[in-house]
Design a protein around this ligand. Sequence first.
Ligand SMILES: C[S@@+](CC[C@H](N)C(=O)[O-])C[C@H]1O[C@@H](n2cnc3c(N)ncnc32)[C@H](O)[C@@H]1O
Length: 262
Amino acid sequence: MTTGGRASTERPETDMAVLRRSYLDLMRDSLIGRLNEEPPLPASKVDRYYDNVREQGWDWPATAPSMIGAKRMENVRSECERVLSAGVPGDFMETGVWRGGACIMMRAVLWAHQISDRRVIAADSFRGFPAASEASDAGFALQGHQDFAVSLEQVKATFARYGMLDEQVVFLEGLFKDTLPSAPVEKLALLRLDGDMYESTRDGLTNLYHKLSPGGTLIADDYFLFEAHRKAVDEFRAAHAISDPVVRIDEFGGYWIKNSGQ
Ligand SMILES: C[S@@+](CC[C@H](N)C(=O)[O-])C[C@H]1O[C@@H](n2cnc3c(N)ncnc32)[C@H](O)[C@@H]1O
């Protein structure tokens, strides 16, 4: 289940690298509810825990902090580690955090590498999805869904249970259209868009993409799933002549590395 040993041609890992990798493997599996084979929320319409379902993040775990599944959680971890080792400057940020799991992984990577001069910025209404105000979001069906209304207090309590609630985590509470234009962040090394809707995705890109450092990572959680989310991303890429290739993570998500295609 967890990623195992290294190919014999590679240099042996140091003790520290083994411990760091093992910690982040456990963190990933706990954050998505794979470690305890946690059953899904009834609204997922999946009858019980299945490993392949949780691998892809097709269901919503009953209590675990993230719904993004193993592949996209692994992508969060590996891209955070990549930008750190490449020296890409800036904080890590997610727009659309739900129970906070992907942001906890970001903070855990900073912890595992003992980095104290970068922050994790977690932006959400902490009340669930807003009403649709754009035609492209007209068919979106999750507004008012109580499973998505996770309060800031609940999210902070989850960070605290993982030992990850400290001054390196900043919460931005409110609708993206209100919070993102004045988000207290100068540079980002990684930006993860997980607000699903057209407007939520567009607001993330227009307010934050210029803050993403060259070599940084833009993750679009539902690029291959939600047409409205993809439309917002594709419009922004076209308007800004972004040619960096979108790399597929799983059936839902994609990401690109800024300026890699130029
Ligand atoms: C799919 S969930 C995020 C899942 C999360 N990243 C994880 O690791 O499980 C989407 C979240 O986006 C938030 N959201 C969507 N649009 C928003 C907006 N315009 N302003 C604020 N929050 C928004 C919702 O409240 C919800 O918590």
